[in-house]
Design a protein around this ligand. Structure first.
Ligand code: HEC
Ligand code: HEC
Length: 314
């Protein structure tokens, strides 16, 4: 028998064996399972057809000789047969090109319906309606709106009393900042976006000590300044006040009111600061405050008013 056919038979047998080993030989085997039997029958048919189609073409390649009319050109005596594209193929080829251009320019990619697009359009529309309807909300009403957004979006972490469940889950919003957060910022530095752009506070090795010389700030000084800042800059005669005046004022201002483009306000909340925290999140010693930029501008303004109202009159 021809060697090719022999190989065909061997490969067929091997593939059928492998198929049987993976499907038929399992627990229960093919017994009575009609779906398994059909799948196997299909596999057998596919294997046999594939092998013999391959054999047919291999044999054809072995025996075929070229015929037809040679083209005029000859490259170093290597000629080329005239081999015109069949008319039907040419039509399909041209048609596909035309359709492709249509599809690219006016068809699906540019003009199609898009679910994300629809969602974005509807959100933009509702936001515009919301902004228009509540444009004039001010004062207490704004604080109330902020509280209702707070109850939906923030209460899970910041707690019903807005104290972050004792600063275990989140920051206590009844004060601008707690002692432990100040200490953390001074010791480790901070590289967030409290100013709305990348802003960096140096860590302790980059801060001068209270005497304003270039020896780094000491542990005692850090404790003192953290207390002073967290207490709201009240005790102007304290050791902390002295450290602040020597080490922090040039960035944060005399009373921690912040310096534009330099360092954030740390003696009280302001609207922009809260909005920046919502837009960019914050990572600190308590944990990670998530980005909340899906709120619309009016909601952010309202939340800021609410947060500012929490620490009033302390
Ligand atoms: C070189 C300027 C610079 C100096 C000096 C500096 N800070 Fe800062 N501080 C910053 C910047 C900038 C940020 C904001 C970092 C951010 O966006 O994450 C910041 C953030 C803070 C925060 C965090 C506020 C928050 O909401 O979490 C505290 C607290 C703070 N600084 C306290 C201090 C104290 C106390 C000192 C002095 C011991 C001091 N800083 C010295 C630039 C400075
Ligand atoms: C998944 C929990 C979580 C949610 C939800 C959350 N926060 Fe926070 N938030 C935190 C944590 C944690 C911190 C403390 C970050 C740190 O260690 O300084 C924080 C800090 C803050 C701070 C203080 C940032 C600073 O400068 O110290 C503000 C303001 C704040 N959140 C406002 C909000 C508002 C408003 C909402 C609702 C729109 C909200 N957070 C929702 C976890 C959360």
């Amino acid at each position: 028998m021809n060697k090719l056919y022999l190989w065909g038979l061997i490969i067929t047998a091997a593939m059928l064996g492998a198929t049987y080993a993976t499907v038929g030989y399992q627990k229960g085997g093919l017994n009575g399972d009609i779906v398994n039997m059909l799948a196997i029958a299909g596999a057998v048919a596919l294997v046999i057809i594939t092998i013999f189609v391959v054999i047919k073409y291999v044999r054809q390649m072995q025996t075929d000789t070229a015929t037809g009319e040679l083209a005029d050109e000859s490259w170093d005596n290597i000629g080329e047969y005239k081999n015109p594209v069949p008319f039907g193929w040419a039509i399909i080829f041209l048609g596909t090109m035309i359709w492709g251009m249509w599809y690219f320019l006016v068809g699906y990619p540019v003009n199609a319906f898009s679910q994300i697009g629809q969602y974005n359009e509807e959100v933009a529309e509702k936001t515009a309606q919301f902004e228009k309807k509540y444009a004039n909300v001010k004062g207490d009403q704004l604080v109330n709106m902020g509280e209702s957004v707070y109850l939906v979006e923030c209460v899970a972490c910041h707690g019903l009393n807005a104290d972050g469940n004792g600063e275990i889950d989140a920051a206590d919003l009844n004060q601008r900042i707690s002692e432990k957060s100040v200490k953390y910022a001074v010791i480790h530095g901070l590289t967030g976006k409290l100013l709305g752009t990348e802003s960096a506070m140096p860590d302790r090795s980059g801060l001068m000590n209270a005497n304003n010389n270039y020896a780094p700030i000491t542990d005692t000084e850090i404790d003192a300044v953290a207390k002073y800042v967290a207490d709201g800059f009240k005790d102007k005669n304290s050791a902390g006040a002295k450290v602040f005046a020597g080490t922090c004022v040039m960035c944060h201002g005399a009373n921690g009111e912040g310096v534009a483009g330099m360092a954030p306000q740390i003696n009280a909340w302001n609207s922009q600061l809260v909005v920046n925290v919502l837009d960019y999140g914050k990572v600190g010693t308590i944990g990670k405050m998530p980005i909340m930029d899906r709120l619309n501008p009016k909601q952010k303004e309202a939340i800021a008013a609410y947060v500012m109202s929490l620490s009033k009159g302390e």
